[in-house]
Structures are given as C-alpha cells and as structure tokens.
Design a protein around this ligand. Sequence first.
Ligand code: SPD
Length: 277
Amino acid sequence: MSLWYDETFRDNTRLGLRVTRTLYSGKSDYQKVEIFETEAFGRVLAIDGVFMTSERDEFLYHEMLVHPAMTTAKQAKRVLVIGGGDGGTVREVLRHKSADSVLMIEIDQQVVEACKEHLPTIGSAWTDPRLEVRFADGIDYVKTSNDPPFDVILIDGTDPIGPGEVLFDIDFYRGCKRMLAPHGVLALQSETPLLFEEAFFETQRKLKTLFEHVHPYFGPVPIYASGYWSWTWASDAANPIDADASRVEQISAGTRYYNSDIHRSAFALPNYVREKL
Ligand code: SPD
C-alpha cells in the first residue's frame, strides 16, 4: 500500500507526494506540525497541511528570500528574521560575512525543535554565535520592541490562512517599517501571482502605501502551489537591482540557485503582473 500526502488548496487542486516514512507528527499550541520522508523531495515539513519546505527544493526558496535583500541593503549587519522555524532562512543570512547579529523571532518552539531533530541539513546554522532565537510573537515584537533598528528584515511566514494571516496585515508591515533602519530593506514571501493573485497583489498594494520602492520578484519553488513563487523587496532608500558586487560574489560562491544573473532577471515582471500593478 502506498501512502500519499496531499496539499489541497481552494478545494479544487491538490499537490501530492508519495510518503515513505513519517518522522514527526504533533499539534503545537498554534498549528499541526508534520515531517515526513518522500520519494521525490526528501524530507518535507508541512504545517496545517501545507508544504513549507523540502530537502530537495528548499535552497530555491531560502536563497531567494535572503540574498536579494542582503546584497542590496546599504549595509547588512543587523538582521531580523520573523518566522522561518525550519532554520533555512537564518542559515542563508549567516553565510553573509557582513551579518554581525541575527535575531530570529519564531512563535512556535515546537516547529524549531522538530526541525532541529528531523531536518538538520536545512537548519545547519543553529549554533552560530551570531544568532539569537526568541520564541515570541513577531507581530508584537515589531509593534512594541525598543531594540535598535535592523538593516534587513526578512519575513518567512506561512500562507495567509489561519495563524499566518496576520503576517500579511498592513499593521504588521507598519511594525516592520518601524524596526527598519532608514536605509534598510524588507523582503518577504508573497505567494504565487498565478493561483493566489489576491494575496500577491494585495501585498504589493499594502507595501506601496508604506515604502517608496516596492518590487516583487519571482522564482521556482516546485512544492508550492503552481510552483511559480514570488517574494517582495521593499525599501525607502535602496535599489533592488543595485546589488553590492562583493557581497554577491562572496555569497554566490556557495549558493545553488542565486547569482548575479538570477538576481537581475528575478525582478523582471511578466506582462500580466506589470499590467495589474
Ligand atoms: N505555500 C507555502 C508558503 C510557505 C512559505 N514559507 C515557508 C517556510 C520555509 N522556511
């Protein structure tokens, strides 16, 4: 008998992976957390039935969330990551020599503990002394913290359904702006403009009310709905195409997807997106 795990979206589409072994299944105070082994994508993390990351394709997502912001901010020393409990985002941030301190605010300790145990190749930088992990509500943090501002803020959340919905709220983005240095860059995952058009275009609209420059960018993430994913870059000062050549060179020596050509081309807008923006 074969076991399949399906992510269902909009009640009319399913993406399924054949599972060979369940490694973890638990219900935290916030969500259902599952980690299993698949034939095609290696180990996979699913939260509330939605694929979050896989050993096979995680580099596409994490490199693209992190490096465009880290290479374009005027400086990239103090970095805040909200969410990202599997550790892939902080791993990519910490590969930047410029990153002196990285604060990760994750609401769900159970996700981090499960991922540390079962997804060690994704979260391979947990012991880096530059990293501080706080288990707290990211929304409260950006609205109330008195910590000094950050050069780069990265939002690595779930889809805008259930507990992840607040991470697409304009008040949350306002809080992020409050914690961002004037020269800083914010980057976030912004869903697919193919199947989750409303979430994608609403995110652009909200960010444009807060930031001078807002640019979506695109890349493949096969285990996400449609496989065609977007992230959004926002700043009052920087230019998304004007990446620091030495930082791009340092980081591209170790990346599997990101490089200077990918950086430039990712910001190209498909016609139907350009028309709607
Ligand atoms: N459709 C799922 C989108 C999830 C984005 N975040 C994933 C977290 C990986 N670190």
